[in-house]
Design a protein around this ligand. Structure first.
Ligand SMILES: Nc1ncnc2c1ncn2[C@@H]1O[C@H](COP(=O)(O)OP(=O)(O)OP(=O)(O)O)[C@@H](O)[C@H]1O
Length: 266
């Protein structure tokens, strides 16, 4: 069996020394794989992504148990710039682009020390996947639509030549047609550049369109995982995350508690 690119092993994350947000989370991403992290509000998805990308410190949080390995190197509690330098780049949920910089300036902002030739070469690659951004080169970030902003954020991350792209909430606030367009481009980026992607999503329907494998989190733990086919066919996922209700209406809580006790103890 090949070693995964990213291996998160039983991590616990604690905010402000008292609030445990993530407990015993184990997940892995292999080379060229698209993996989704699903779950409702407060499940611990963003915290997990921040733990992987090193952005816990700004919220006074730490990985207090377990470990995070990336290409054989332990990265838990390392600073974000060190993690990014190793090829693990985050597209955050908020503050994705610099509103006062143009698209072109936003693109070179993450790689200020790269030479002009290298910057142009990377820009060409980025414009191949997002031709719309080439048309918008001189537009300032603050005037872009939500979809264009998401494109620019992914493009700026690509300028750093990542091995693994971490995307927090790809679809949030975007129209389905825009999301469909973005997911097709992400698949192309994976196929053509061989970049692996870890995607945090509240919309299971979006994530399961493109993910090879997915984990479902609840209350800081992974409660379910499997390949796309398994999760799409799983009754809990269909009912509570894909919104396909069965004939008998049951309460979310009752069904979940019954299933979970069956899964864990039965
Ligand atoms: N800065 C913080 N300080 C204290 N607790 C926090 C902080 N950020 C998140 N938490 C707590 O950690 C838990 C997990 O939150 P997290 O944001 O990781 O969930 P999520 O699955 O990403 O949800 P959402 O989709 O709403 O962002 C929640 O209980 C939340 O209250």
């Amino acid at each position: 069996m090949t070693t995964p690119l990213l291996q998160v092993d039983k991590i616990e994350v604690v905010y402000k020394r008292v609030i445990t947000a993530v407990q015993g989370v184990t997940l892995s991403v292999s080379d060229r794989q698209i993996v989704a992290l699903l779950g409702t509000n407060g499940a611990g998805k963003t915290t997990t992504l921040r733990a992987i990308s090193g952005f816990l410190g700004i919220d006074d949080a730490r990985v207090t148990e377990g470990g995070i390995g990336f290409m054989g190197v332990r990265l838990e509690n390392r600073p974000p710039h060190e993690i990014a330098k190793r090829g693990l780049v985050l597209v955050p949920e908020r503050d994705k682009v610099f509103p006062n910089l143009t698209v072109a300036e936003n693109l070179i902002a993450p790689v200020p020390r790269a030479g002009a030739t290298e910057q142009r070469r990377q820009e060409e690659i980025v414009f191949h996947f997002f031709p719309r951004l080439a048309e918008l080169r001189q537009r300032i970030g603050g005037l872009l639509s939500g979809g264009e902003r998401q494109m620019l954020a992914i493009a700026a991350a690509l300028m750093c030549r990542p091995r693994l792209l971490l995307i927090d909430e790809l679809s949030l606030g975007l129209a389905p047609v825009v999301v469909g367009d973005l997911t097709r481009r992400l698949t192309a980026i994976r196929d053509e550049l061989g970049i692996a992607i870890l995607l945090v999503e509240q919309s299971a329907a979006t994530a399961l369109e493109i993910a090879d494998y997915a984990y479902v989190m609840e209350n800081g733990r992974v409660v379910l995982d499997g390949d796309r086919a398994r999760l799409k066919g799983h009754q809990d996922v269909q009912e509570f995350y894909l919104g396909q209700t069965g004939s008998a209406r049951r309460s979310y809580r009752d069904v979940k508690q019954y299933r979970r006790s069956r899964r864990w103890y039965g």
